[in-house]
Design a protein around this ligand. Structure first.
Ligand SMILES: Nc1ncnc2c1ncn2[C@@H]1O[C@H](COP(=O)(O)OP(=O)(O)OP(=O)(O)O)[C@@H](O)[C@H]1O
Length: 301
């Protein structure tokens, strides 16, 4: 079954186009990351799934249920951690977790202690007296305590130190192994890439790339040349994709035959050259920084 399925999802806030024609499918059992900078549309996407806001165009399903018509049923089966957490400041973590269990009609409270221990939460302290990272951890615990089929987290790593990020992912992996599908948003691929099965990259409301992190990626290089002058056409004919060009410098990516590359380069009068294998992060940064036009989008629309 699909955990999430969106079709042509488009959302505008007056003149701001926050989501553009997003078609995304997440399978049950995945740990899926939605990666994008501030204002990319991540929260908008998540809020539509939970029926907090409505799309202008398109429709979506969560756990095979229509997000608009079956929203109440979806909320019973989903755990959600918003980017901004507002709980009763006078309630302790323990009280909040008990309330969550009661909401889901779960009588046994055995899960509270192990979860608080795993996330290093002092369950006796009032929510309003917790540090910001503890507030985040309590929200995550509340979203997980009823063992939801799908857990949706909006930037859960924000404000957590690297050790706690690692601990959180161990908790999420554990939940995933027990059957919870995880969908999380993040601004930082590095934070999540070791744990996600797939990631989708979003910029200005558009998903421009989806990467399966369980598969070996096709290798490509990033080459930067400094020269008195060069003919870009030679590099373009070779299959190089220009990332940055100035009068005496060109930076391009290349995933073709190395011998052909060397032959072309040998015909230039080069002052300096750097060649490196690109990581997925390089690839995405190139996209963000490169000011690409829509026709360079690869997948996802
Ligand atoms: N209620 C709103 N009214 C007007 N514009 C909005 C509203 N909510 C979001 N936006 C705009 O829609 C775009 C997408 O915002 P969104 O919050 O979905 O992005 P995001 O990727 O979650 O970013 P962040 O990490 O900053 O939360 C942004 O340009 C934002 O300013």
């Amino acid at each position: 079954m699909k955990a999430i399925e969106t079709v042509h999802l488009t959302k505008n806030y007056n003149e701001i186009l926050a989501l553009k024609n997003v078609n995304l499918t997440v399978d049950e059992g995945e740990i899926f990351g939605l990666i994008g900078p501030n204002g990319a549309g991540k929260s908008t996407f998540i809020k539509i799934l939970l029926n907090f806001i409505f799309p202008n165009i398109g429709h979506c399903k969560v756990l095979d249920l229509n997000c608009t018509k079956n929203s109440a049923e979806i909320k019973k089966q989903v755990g959600y951690v918003p980017d901004e957490i507002r709980y009763d400041p006078n309630a302790s973590a323990e009280e909040l977790l008990k309330t969550t269990l009661a909401f889901h009609h779960i009588k046994t409270e055995d899960a509270i202690d192990p979860l608080c221990e795993a996330l290093e939460i002092d369950k006796s302290i009032k929510f309003g007296e917790q540090s910001i990272d503890n507030e985040k951890k309590i929200a995550i615990a509340c979203a997980l305590i009823h063992e939801p089929r799908l857990l949706i987290l909006d930037e859960p790593m924000n404000g957590l130190d690297p050790l706690m990020q690692k601990r959180l992912f161990e908790v999420l992996k554990d939940a995933n192994e027990k059957g919870t599908t995880i969908f999380l948003s993040s601004q930082n691929l590095k934070e999540v890439q070791d744990y996600c099965t797939r990631v989708a990259f979003i910029k200005e409301g558009r998903i421009f790339k989806i990467e399966d992190l369980t598969k070996v990626r096709k290798k490509y290089m990033i080459i930067e040349i400094k020269a008195e002058s060069f003919d870009l056409r030679d590099l373009e004919i070779l299959g190089g994709r220009m990332l940055n060009v100035s009068e005496n410098m060109v930076k391009f990516s290349y995933d073709g035959d190395v011998e052909k590359l060397l032959k072309t380069l040998s015909m230039m009068t080069i002052k300096d050259i750097t060649i490196k294998n690109a990581s997925l992060e390089d690839e995405v940064l190139d996209y963000y920084e490169g000011g690409h036009s829509d026709d360079t989008l690869e997948i996802g629309i």
